[in-house]
Design a binder for this molecule. Sequence first.
Ligand SMILES: Nc1ncnc2c1ncn2[C@@H]1O[C@H](COP(=O)(O)OP(=O)(O)OP(=O)(O)O)[C@@H](O)[C@H]1O
Ligand SMILES: O=C(O)c1ccc[n+]([C@@H]2O[C@H](COP(=O)([O-])O)[C@@H](O)[C@H]2O)c1
Length: 203
Amino acid sequence: MKRIGLLGGTFDPPHLAHLALARQAREELRLDELRLLPAGQPWQKLAAGKRAPVAAAHRVAMLRLLTRGEPGIVIDERELHRAGPSYSVDTVRDIHGEQPQARLFFVIGQDQYARLHTWHDWRALLRLATLAVAGRAGEAPQAPPPVAAEPRDIEILALPPMAVSSTDIRARAAQGEEISSLVGPEVAAYIDQNALYRADLGS
Ligand SMILES: Nc1ncnc2c1ncn2[C@@H]1O[C@H](COP(=O)(O)OP(=O)(O)OP(=O)(O)O)[C@@H](O)[C@H]1O
Ligand SMILES: O=C(O)c1ccc[n+]([C@@H]2O[C@H](COP(=O)([O-])O)[C@@H](O)[C@H]2O)c1
């Protein structure tokens, strides 16, 4: 049975913790393939009044640079081509429809796991995929009560803690600080050459 990992994100910008999480999932879950799924409309971030992400073409270009030559990691752009809010359950349904025999693993960090019950039709997502959760910022994987009460298949990923976030990187880039150690030299050069995040308007 084919084993496919799905790692969604806004990737604004993608960073070394995303890459570490993808690699960890690939190894620990023995994946045949891990798909990175950049979100078209990260509806919860937008609803919270956060700034719109940079253009999808930039986020995809940075993901390509971050993952160049990385075996088993591919970029799946389907959410960028779908109108309306990016609901993960729609993506999982699509991929399940295309590959009904495959086992799907939906990979997330604890910050998102803690909010999973606020996602669109999250129970259906739990029925279609195994969740693979990594701790984040010192927080070990732990289900929020509504999710804990639901039957679910879950794997815990042993990702070493990494104090990296896109929010912090945008703020640093806006200050003209060095960010290579957080995104790698190629993504850092891309951000510089394309003058991304120069005026970070917060969050
Ligand atoms: N340092 C990290 N450790 C573990 N998981 C992470 C880390 N950074 C991101 N993730 C996970 O990667 C996925 C995509 O994250 P996302 O693109 O929103 O990055 P982010 O750094 O959280 O961005 P932002 O700071 O803008 O919210 C989410 O499931 C998130 O939990
Ligand atoms: O499906 C939902 O309702 C939903 C709500 C919030 C976040 N997500 C997904 O979770 C992933 C990480 O989101 P974010 O906002 O932390 O970049 C990304 O793939 C989002 O599309 C999905």
